[in-house]
Ligand binder design. Structure first.
Ligand code: AMP
Length: 351
């Protein structure tokens, strides 16, 4: 521990600003502007036919939740933004194993998107999501019981302009864990995440809530949120699900070309190389070097936004990894997408 270690070691403010402006931009992303209050862009499609109860309002969800409480049944919640894939399903299956009832929320949360980001074009396919969830069956016949798919104005009744300066009302910030790594590139992202997770926990009051290791900083933020706000919910973290070539599954992989998906195998390879280096050498610089040199086999060095070695609980940047404590190695890289622009991919491993 000691001096901070991350890559790139120095980057100009201007470059960060430019990256932010071009973040994940697709042709549609430009349609959501600073002043816009989100409405239609994030609305769920009309209800698909399925055995799952689809609840749209807080009142309906609370009514359902009270029934489970009276029956003494344990409830698990999986917060998602939809466009579900096998990674989401792993979280749902974990909940089905551990709880009597499982709620999946599908809500594209505007407050975690910057005005320059892809809220308008974020992939949405409600019917396909319901179909996938309805097809899941646990060993003991467990199923997904409820999908909570509220409208934006149900969650943000006063509106939710994407420009933070225009937002009014209560928002939740987890100070100290939201500013580094992803938070450096996306300064209001974890405020949005912490706010919507707080709302969902207040609405559903689940016994357990499930998050993916894929978004590791999010898990650290949520664990602290739950602890500091005295929530009774237990947070479970589920390992990252990957494609056969190692690419971490993500709804945004839909933006990638087939070629990029193939090339993106170097991302996980770089993390595996980092783990190999760590077995010989606990220096964060050496670990980071291994990641950078592997990623640059396929992608431009300038498109690596960060590679960092951090403490698992405090997210402090480490110079050396203590073998008894381990660390998070995480990265973000911008890869070519099928719109002719770049899409950010993030990944991590635990040492
Ligand atoms: P999202 O819909 O992207 O907000 O993701 C909802 C939840 O699924 C989050 O807790 C994510 O970390 C988790 N998740 C997304 N992709 C994966 C993956 N490949 N493996 C495990 N969990 C994932």
């Amino acid at each position: 521990m000691g001096a901070r270690s991350s890559w790139p070691f120095a980057r100009s403010a201007l470059r960060q600003f430019n990256l932010l402006l071009s973040f994940n931009r697709s042709p549609l992303a430009n349609t959501v502007r600073c002043n816009s209050t989100v409405a239609a862009a994030a609305e769920p499609a009309e209800t698909a036919k399925s055995p799952i109860q689809i609840l749209r309002t807080i009142a309906e969800l609370r009514f359902w939740r009270r029934e489970q409480l009276v029956k003494g049944l344990a409830v698990g919640l999986i917060p998602t933004m939809g466009a579900l894939h096998a990674g989401h399903m792993r979280l749902v299956q974990s909940s089905m194993r551990m709880n009597d009832k499982t709620v999946v929320s599908i809500f594209v949360n505007p407050s975690q998107f910057a005005p320059s980001e892809d809220l308008a074009s974020y992939p949405r396919d409600f019917d396909a999501d319901i179909e996938q969830l309805a097809a899941l069956e646990g060993d003991d016949g467990a199923r997904v019981d409820v999908v909570f798919a509220p409208r934006v104005d149900e969650i943000y009744p006063n509106g939710i302009p994407l420009d933070v300066a225009e937002q009014k009302g209560a928002f939740v910030t987890v100070h100290g864990l939201s500013e580094q790594l992803e938070g450096k590139i996306r300064p209001h992202f974890f405020r949005g995440v912490a706010t919507v997770v707080s709302k969902l926990l207040n609405i559903v009051t689940p016994d357990r809530v499930y998050f993916g290791q894929k978004d590791i900083q999010q898990t650290v933020v949520v664990k602290r949120l739950v602890q500091d706000l005295c929530s009774g919910t237990v947070v479970h973290v589920v390992p990252t699900s990957r494609d056969a070539n190692g690419l971490a599954l993500s709804s945004r992989n839909a933006y990638l070309t087939d070629q990029t998906k193939q090339d993106a195998a170097v991302i996980y390879k770089s993390l595996q190389n980092a783990a190999m280096v760590y077995r010989q050498n606990t220096s964060a610089d050496k670990i980071i070097e291994a990641v950078v040199s592997t990623i640059t086999e396929k992608f431009d060095k300038n498109d690596i936004e960060y590679v960092s070695v951090n403490d698992k609980d405090t997210l402090e940047e480490l110079q050396t990894v203590h073998p008894l404590k381990g660390a998070i190695v995480s990265l973000a890289v911008r890869v070519p997408n099928r719109f002719g622009g770049k899409t950010r991919l993030i990944d991590n491993i635990l040492l």
